[in-house]
Structure formats: structure tokens, C-alpha cells
Design a protein around this ligand. Structure first.
Ligand SMILES: [Zn+2]
Length: 124
């Protein structure tokens, strides 16, 4: 029993690469790639990923739920953690800070707050 995963790209077997060409002389075929680990989720490469999306994206969106109205990111949830790489040249400014991407307001952060994935100014 093989533990190899098959690439789910619908056209994987049609791409003419040497690693896909398998079999004995006289009965060679291009075959779907199989790998112990697929690097692009269920796919061997971005070409197979795109081919699947082109074929199935609409069906998948309709199956899992189509977005029917515009989503809004409000000021209350527009805070992103940021970091000044040129900190040494900007004495007095906090190295780590929160930036509100709508209002452009900045608030200093400690390094601990910056590193804490649970610390946020965004409302939940
Ligand atoms: Zn593939």
C-alpha cells in the first residue's frame, strides 16, 4: 500500500515532463504526479493548482457558501502590528507599534505585546 498522495490537478497527467513519463518501453504513459508530500496543498505545483481552480472554483464557492454582500473592516478592527527596521535612526519612536490602517493612528507596543499573538487592539 502506497502512502503517496496523488496530485488533484485535473490535467496533471497531460503536462509533458520526464518525471510524469512512466512505464516500460512500448507502454509508457504520462501519469498524475504522486508525492509523499505535495507542496501546494492537494497539488504538485501552481499550474495544477490553477487548473483545479479554473475548473472547480465556481462549484466550490456555490457549495461552501457564496459571499452575497460586501464585508467591512471598520476602524475598530483595522489595527495591525508593525515594526520599524530603521529604529536606530528614529530615536524616540517606538520600535514596535500598532498602526490603524484606516485612521493611520499609531500606538506604541512593547516587544512582549508585539510577540503575543493574543494581544490585540481589535474588537472581537
Ligand atoms: Zn499536478
Amino acid at each position: 500500500m502506497s502512502n503517496l498522495k496523488l496530485c488533484q490537478g485535473p490535467k496533471c497527467h497531460t503536462y509533458n515532463t520526464q518525471d510524469r513519463l512512466k512505464g516500460m518501453k512500448g507502454s509508457k504513459t504520462y501519469q498524475t504526479r504522486r508525492r509523499s508530500k505535495l507542496l501546494y496543498g492537494e497539488f504538485c505545483d501552481t499550474r495544477c493548482y490553477s487548473a483545479w481552480l479554473n475548473k472547480y472554483a465556481t462549484i466550490a464557492v456555490d457549495h461552501f457558501g457564496r459571499l452575497k454582500k460586501v464585508k467591512h473592516l471598520t476602524e475598530q478592527n483595522a489595527w495591525v502590528k508593525n515594526y520599524r527596521w530603521d529604529y536606530e535612526r528614529n530615536n524616540g519612536e517606538a520600535k514596535h507599534y500598532y498602526l490603524n490602517t484606516i485612521t493611520r493612528e499609531q500606538r506604541p507596543l512593547t516587544e512582549q505585546q508585539y510577540d503575543d499573538i493574543n494581544y490585540t487592539l481589535n474588537e472581537r
